[in-house]
Design a protein around this ligand. Structure first.
Ligand SMILES: O=C(O)CCC(=O)C(=O)O
Length: 259
């Protein structure tokens, strides 16, 4: 799927867009699965709007925004388990992380048309810090995305920073780090954007008439141990490549997992 120049690009810039990781048929299966999760959520007491709160947009704009953001999607539909361990994903991951790769968590990020939520610029590392910073996100695109429907944007090279000060741990000061500082990463359905958990990223409001549906997996080297007992979830720990040399020595404390 990728070559040495792509690996060097990732090492230098902290992100890499890989085209055509998933076929049209696989994308369709995941879109159907998203519909299933949304329908089941709508009929349950667990439906919610996951739009990030804060001062990064005026309150009257913020209150209109909608994000359907549910975790552990690979426990909700097998199409997401197949995607998490897909040979194309495993091939890229083993070149970006190393021979051993472990799933940390999965989630869906559905920005509906016209008022799909924004993400102010942030690093993911403050949410689940690890000792060696091997963690990366693989954002699977289920729709073509561009600036109009809120595609992902990254600041190249910021993975070389340490964890930066975030407003209440959530996002960078939006006046110092406006989204316009970041490079847009438009993508097609089936493409995957890989970015390190230290790479500063975010996305704008979906102002278009189109959906923007992404599924995001976080992966790490199993030898890279968390520095805090946070973001523990029961979908964590599946081996995607190689072996887990720490299987006996280290397990997440699952009593801390959200119910
Ligand atoms: O999908 C997006 O637009 C951004 C998601 C994101 O930044 C996150 O979940 O941390």
């Amino acid at each position: 799927m990728i070559n040495q120049a792509d690996v060097e690009f990732y090492k230098t810039n902290g992100y890499l867009l890989v085209r055509g990781v998933f076929s049209q048929n696989e994308v369709e299966q995941m879109r159907t699965a998203i519909d299933g999760i949304l329908n089941r959520a709508a009929q349950s007491k667990f439906d919610s709007n996951a739009t990030w709160q804060g001062d990064y947009l005026p309150p009257d704009q913020l209150k209109k925004l909608v994000l359907k953001g549910f975790h552990d999607v690979h426990y909700q539909d097998a199409s997401f388990t197949r995607a998490a361990i897909h040979p194309n994903m495993a091939s890229v991951l083993s070149q970006l992380i190393g021979p051993n790769v472990q799933l940390h968590h999965s989630k869906m990020l559905v920005k509906p048309p016209e008022n799909g939520a924004a993400f102010p610029l942030h690093q993911d590392a403050p949410y689940f810090p690890h000792a060696n910073h091997s963690m990366l996100a693989a954002s699977v695109h289920l729709d073509d995305s561009d600036m109009e429907n809120g595609c992902l944007c990254v600041i190249p090279g910021t993975h070389k920073n340490d964890i930066m000060p975030h407003v209440g741990r959530y996002y960078l000061d939006h006046k110092e780090y406006p989204l316009s500082m970041a490079t847009p990463c438009p993508a097609k359905a089936g493409d995957v954007l890989f970015f390190n958990y230290l790479t500063v990223h975010g996305s704008d409001v979906n102002r278009s008439t189109r959906n923007r549906r992404n599924v995001l997996y976080q992966y790490r080297d199993p030898m890279d141990i968390p520095t805090a007992d946070v973001h523990v979830n029961w979908g964590q720990g599946l081996m995607v490549c190689g072996e887990n040399p720490l299987y006996r020595e280290y397990h997440a404390n699952h009593t801390l997992a959200a119910k």
